[in-house]
Write a protein that binds this ligand. Structure first.
Ligand code: IPM
Ligand code: MG
Length: 373
């Protein structure tokens, strides 16, 4: 029997292309695993009305962790349109499988390192080394939304909150509402992990990125909790920044920051910003990590227009594979993979179009395999 069981979730579009490269690299590293395939993505939405079928959840429950490629997702109306005729009027609502996976497996932490590799022509600067800790199951992503607003809810809110009264006369069908929930435990957990990471990886600062001047309760709880956690880490400074200003500072002085911690939506936003500082989505890796299970995915989408063209940059997928190896405690393989990635970037002979080169996805994968020591 193999040492590990890794759920293999290529998903849609270029997810499939980049997962093939991940597999060849894992094989070259003589990583001892089985890779049971899981159905996920657009095809299963279209034909079964569920992009994340129950059988896939069951498969994941019987694996060590999952490696995930990418999926296509679309807004409500387009998703409805895509269903096969038998399912069209059955009231099904598309929900993002990755968001569901995060909740289903309580993958409370989203880890997104954004480091400038030497010699990457796409770096904004060469001395950037950021690590985003995004809270991954709460905040605006809890999926508690209303439209129309239920009458009972309007009633409770207008009775309990003076600011709701200005909406009292708006027809219920003309109000949509999304809920931002932050729990003390959720805030403590993400802040603690950010500080632990800073401590074990030698970062001097953790910056909490929120908006407590406006979101007094939810952002307030995040920041107050981060301050409390910070007391247990005397060598590491806690910096506090508002999300809007932080976007500006990250473009202006990204080299000044180290670990960043934020709630779900703000973490989503800054992680794309941070990714672009070091080469864009072609380099953006992530781990959705819980206490016992984790799903690793590149941050990019399924890029339908590049499907089957062997064109996209597989670096994000390979950096994601490296995060998986880290999480499994495969330190030596993780280090060998990162070193090979760094060499290919630095030596510059295999670059995909986004880096100004003409190499295919496969050629970049081969260049990395050649450099695995
Ligand atoms: C990400 C993505 C997802 C998110 C989408 C695809 C639902 O943007 O992983 O950052 O918003 O979390
Ligand atoms: Mg995102």
């Amino acid at each position: 029997m193999a040492q590990y069981k890794i759920a293999w979730l290529p998903g849609d579009g270029i997810g499939i292309d980049v997962m093939n490269i991940a597999r060849s690299v894992l094989d070259a590293l003589e990583f001892d695993a089985e890779y049971p395939h899981g159905d996920i993505g657009w095809e299963f939405w279209r034909t079964e009305g569920n992009p994340l079928p129950e059988r896939t959840l069951e498969l994941l429950r019987n694996t060590d962790c999952a490696l995930f490629g990418a999926i296509t997702s679309m807004p409500k109306e387009e998703a409805q349109e895509a269903l096969i005729p038998e399912l069209k009027d059955s009231g099904l609502v598309y929900s993002s499988p990755i968001v569901r996976l995060r909740q289903e497996f309580n993958l409370h932490t989203n880890l997104r390192p954004c480091k400038a590799f030497d010699g990457n022509p796409l770096n904004l600067r060469d001395d950037i080394d950021l690590v985003v800790f995004r809270e991954n199951t709460e905040g605006l992503y809890v999926g508690i939304e209303f439209h129309p607003l239920p009458a009972e809810l309007m009633d409770v809110l207008t009775r309990n909150h003076p600011k709701m009264r200005r909406f009292g006369d708006v027809p219920l069908d003309d109000i949509a509402m999304s809920t931002r929930i932050i729990t003390r435990n959720g805030a403590r957990s993400i802040a603690t992990q950010a500080f632990e990471y800073a401590k074990t990886h030698g970062y001097k600062t953790v910056t909490v990125v929120e908006k407590p001047n406006v979101l007094r309760e939810t952002s307030g709880l995040m920041v107050r909790t981060a301050r409390k956690v910070a007391r247990d880490y005397p060598g590491i400074d806690l910096w506090e920044a508002n999300i809007d200003a932080m976007c500006m500072w990250l473009v202006k002085n990204p080299q000044q920051y180290g670990v960043l911690v934020a709630g779900n939506m703000f973490g989503d936003i800054i992680s794309d910003l941070c990714a672009q500082l070091v080469g864009g989505l072609g380099f953006a890796a992530s781990g959705n990590i819980g206490d016992r299970y984790a799903v690793f995915e590149p941050t990019h989408g399924s890029a339908p227009k590049y499907t089957g063209q062997n064109k996209v940059n597989p670096m994000a997928m390979l950096l994601t594979t490296k995060l998986m190896l880290d999480w499994l405690g495969e330190d030596d393989r993780a280090r060998r993979l990162e070193t090979a990635i760094a060499r290919v970037i630095r030596e510059g002979d295999a670059r995909t179009y986004d880096m100004g080169g003409g190499a295919t996805t496969t050629e970049v994968g081969e260049a990395i395999v050649r450099r695995l020591s």
